[in-house]
Design a protein around this ligand. Structure first.
Ligand SMILES: [Zn+2]
Length: 465
């Protein structure tokens, strides 16, 4: 952790759910905010390091399977011999191919690349839902935390905060107690998960940006007795609990067939769900289930780009916001690595299915769709991690992002519209070089950008956007 106190000055920073000006930001030696003073006087600003761009709190990426970064972009073709239509389950077979090839050193390398990209994408902390425990042949490593510690090393090397969630995975479906052969690396018991938790806690002792929780893979993969045994351990050790809950129509149907209840109904009836619980992919739900999650004080982790990529379905944001439910976001399979795209897809999926605009603003009762979603996702970081990660406020961890003021999306944008612009005015990626009719065309951005920013001022001057 830091060994000296730091002082920054943000001309514009997102504080308490709104943009504030001339914000003096003090960071204590323990890495937590010790001072957040808006409208600091010139005298107070003296000596502080000026941050050159709008400052946002870092967001928690509440759901990650780091190894899946290795298949991003590689599961987008119809494979020979695949079923008539490609779906989640055929994607999963492909994902297992990658899962069964990656050794600890390779996992560390993949995670380093991923975590660097997540940091660049505005995330400052990641929750690893980690079920790749065993050696390639399914035998246990001498150290049961071998694969987990590869993720810890990657977090340390890149500097991202990490909540490692060793994941219990015991069976391939509701009707069996066994795993498929291609699930051999996931084999675990409540005891083996506790050993991983303890090993990671030991390894991360003294590192305040790394902590642990536990995960239960899903109701189909964990039998009720084991689920409650591990949940009780998490409860007594005050650890966050994550579970995949209702991503697929098929798993909801299987749950109903075997238990008579839908997944969230079953969970709320049979487990002591409370504010430590994070339900990942609550995609297929009823109004009663969403109300029940809210009453329990639990949170939902929404992974909009992965849920779109896998053809899962659309999260009922209006229904859940209507009962005041808590939620966070995750990039899950890492088909994208920036939170702006997760929020954009969350809103766009609503627009496409409801044929309306600014659904998030409406249902979250916020003037801005982007700002409303950002605030909700920010608040979801604390229950997902069990850490003080709830924005720029005294006592919270000093995780923040300085946006580049020269971003094309921010040209000519007023400070109070920055979130709208970074979420909904998505910049294209720069090509290395561009040719038209065989000739390389030059792109002298600087002058054009300056002129554009000036025109924006002229066009919108005095007009309420
Ligand atoms: Zn997942």
């Amino acid at each position: 952790m830091k060994n000296e106190a730091l002082s920054y000055l943000a001309r514009h920073a997102w504080v308490g759910g709104a943009w504030a000006q001339d914000v003096l930001l003090g960071v204590a030696k323990d890495g937590l905010w010790s001072q957040v003073q808006v409208n600091a006087t010139a005298q107070q600003q003296a000596g502080a390091m000026v941050l050159n761009g709008p400052v946002l709190p870092g967001l928690v990426n509440a759901h990650s399977h780091a190894f899946q970064r290795a298949i991003a972009g590689l599961a987008e073709r119809r494979s020979a011999g695949a079923p008539a239509s490609d779906d989640f389950w055929s994607w999963r077979d492909r994902m297992y191919c990658a899962a069964n090839r990656i050794n600890p050193l390779q996992l560390e390398t993949i995670a380093c690349q991923l975590y660097s990209e997540l940091l660049a994408g505005g995330y400052t902390h990641v929750c690893e839902f980690h079920y790749l425990h065993n050696d390639l042949d399914g035998s246990a490593y001498a150290n049961p935390a071998e694969m987990s510690l590869a993720l810890v090393r990657a977090a340390r090397r890149t500097g991202i905060g990490l909540t490692l969630l060793p994941t219990l995975y015991m069976r391939s479906g509701f009707d069996t107690n066994a795993l498929r052969d291609d699930q051999r690396r996931f084999a675990s018991t409540p005891d083996s998960i506790v050993r991983v938790v303890e090993a990671v806690q030991h390894q991360a002792a003294g590192d305040a940006t790394i902590n642990v929780g536990i995960a239960l893979h899903s109701l189909r993969a964990v039998a009720p007795t084991a689920l409650n045994e591990l949940a009780a351990y998490a409860q007594s050790n005050r650890l966050p609990v994550h579970i995949h809950i209702a991503e697929q129509v098929q798993e909801v149907a299987d749950c109903v067939a075997h238990t008579g209840l839908r997944p969230i109904e079953w969970l709320l009836t049979h487990a002591a769900v409370d504010a430590r619980w994070n339900l990942v992919h609550a995609t297929h739900t009823t109004a009663d289930e969403l109300a029940g999650v809210q009453r329990a004080g639990a949170s939902i982790v929404i992974c909009p780009t992965t849920e779109a990529n896998l053809g899962d379905g659309v999260f009922d944001l209006p229904g859940y916001a209507g009962v005041g439910g808590n939620w966070s976001i995750g990039s899950d399979s890492h088909v994208t690595r920036t939170w702006t795209e997760e929020l954009r897809w969350l809103e766009y999926s609503q627009r496409l299915s409801l044929r309306k605009r600014n659904v998030a603003a409406q249902v979250l009762q916020h003037a801005s769709s982007a700002a409303g979603m950002f605030e909700a996702a920010l608040a979801g970081g604390r229950p997902a991690t069990g850490q003080a990660l709830a924005g720029i406020a005294v006592g919270q961890r000093a995780d923040f992002v300085v946006l580049a003021p020269q971003l094309p999306a921010l040209l000519g944008i007023a400070p109070d519209e920055v979130l709208d612009a970074v979420v909904f005015s998505s910049p294209g990626r720069d090509a290395d070089s561009v040719f038209v009719a065989g000739t390389r065309v030059g792109v002298e951005h600087q002058e054009a950008a300056k002129a554009f920013a000036q025109v924006m001022g002229e066009v919108w001057n005095g007009y309420k956007r």
